[in-house]
Ligand binder design. Structure first.
Ligand code: SAH
Length: 362
């Protein structure tokens, strides 16, 4: 309970069961728990005083024992293509990044799940940082809350993708709790799980767990043979070789109307040949899926090259001849090192964001 804790409780640290237990220990009516969560996630308040449907006494009791600790230090920079990179400082001083990607009517936020990454994929900048720490559920959700706070009242995020720094399935408990808070319609942010995509480098034994979360699943395939994948994604492919990964994909319980997404980073003269495309067709036979080709985004200290557009288009046509649904991912935010695989270094110029205290629900 409160009196045993030295540092005040951060209300954002509590999941529904823990908050309910606290409310019950205090002898408050059970519905207080959901009321508090609605203030946190739907109204995005930053002070307990704003929780006006709690009695004054309840608010001041809560205030003397708990806080709402959101990201304090937020910086951002924009690219000429409209994307915006956000940097958030965690309590431990580490920085994480999120990318906001407008595209027509869509407004997608790309979220980080770890500082650095557990894995060592050779074409990814985040992988070179090693794993610094796993994000907590509230640090994942705060990326969404804080970015939403910077938008105009009528602007809303339409899609969330777990494709920023880190491997979501290496931090699956926090990611699952974050998804609960993002999708709950009674007290959470109310995002449809259909609008959320979790991308994994291929932790085959944990793929099945994604089904229960209800979100879309993307798998970063990136190679057309096991040997090639061993070189490009050494750690994950040693733990979960390509055949095991594809078996897990075939066994994945897809919901009606959904399909898997396979991402394929195209590395010039490494995995972008006609033979690679033909092998991919064989590998993916019988899997209900679409493919996103991601032309490699270059960064310094990396020897891989981006293939020419012609080469990417040829690759796409071969896959299409094999009856696969294939899209080429537009690279956005490259100039601010915000594109896929480029997250992990400080961009410039950075602009500090004034904390905004927007609330919509009272
Ligand atoms: N760890 C997760 C999510 C983060 S990476 C995963 O691997 O899926 C998100 C996507 O960016 C992955 O498909 C990854 O293969 C791709 N990617 C990584 N580095 C890249 C780079 N330099 N250029 C283009 N895509 C890259």
């Amino acid at each position: 309970m409160f009196h045993t804790v030295q540092k005040p409780i951060n209300l954002l640290d509590l999941d529904l069961p823990r908050l309910s237990a606290l409310v019950s220990e205090l002898g408050w009516p059970p519905f207080r728990a959901q009321q508090i969560l609605r203030w946190l996630y739907q109204s995005r308040v930053r002070t307990i005083q704003r929780m006006t449907n709690l009695s004054l006494h309840e608010r001041s009791y809560l205030e003397s024992n708990a806080v709402i600790r959101r990201f304090q230090d937020i910086q951002s920079c924009s690219a000429t293509d409209g994307t915006q990179k956000f940097l958030f400082r965690l309590d431990d001083g580490n920085m994480i990044e999120s990318m906001l990607i407008p595209d027509g009517q869509r407004l997608t936020l790309c979220l980080s799940t770890q500082v650095g990454c557990t894995l060592d994929c050779t074409f990814c900048l985040t992988g070179q940082m090693g794993l610094q720490t796993n994000l907590k559920a509230h640090e994942i959700v705060d990326q969404v809350l804080s970015v939403q706070d910077t938008l105009h009242l009528e602007q809303h995020l339409t899609s969330l993708v777990f494709m920023g720094m880190g491997e979501p399935l290496a931090n699956v408990e926090a990611v699952a709790e974050a998804i609960t808070r993002l999708t709950n319609t009674q007290w959470g942010m109310g995002f449809s799980p259909k609008r959320i995509t979790l991308s994994t480098a291929g932790l085959a034994t944990r793929i099945h767990d994604v089904a229960a979360l209800g979100v879309n699943l993307a798998i970063s395939l990136n190679a057309s043979t096991n040997e090639q994948r061993d070189v490009l994604m050494p750690m994950v492919n040693r733990l979960h070789p390509l055949p095991a990964l594809l078996s897990a994909c075939r066994a994945y319980p897809l919901r009606p109307g959904r399909r898997l997404t396979f991402e394929y980073v195209m590395l010039g003269d490494v995995n972008d040949s006609a033979l690679d495309a033909k092998r991919l067709i064989q590998l993916l036979k019988g899997i209900h899926c679409k493919i996103n080709l991601i032309p490699f985004n270059e960064f310094t200290s990396n020897a891989f090259r981006r293939p020419t557009d012609t080469r990417v288009n040829q690759f796409q046509s071969i896959l299409r001849q094999g009856n696969l649904d294939v899209f080429i991912r537009k690279s956005r935010g490259r100039e601010i090192l915000g594109a896929c695989g480029q997250l992990g270094v400080l961009p410039s110029p950075l602009v500090s964001i004034q904390q905004q205290h927007t609330t919509s629900i009272t």
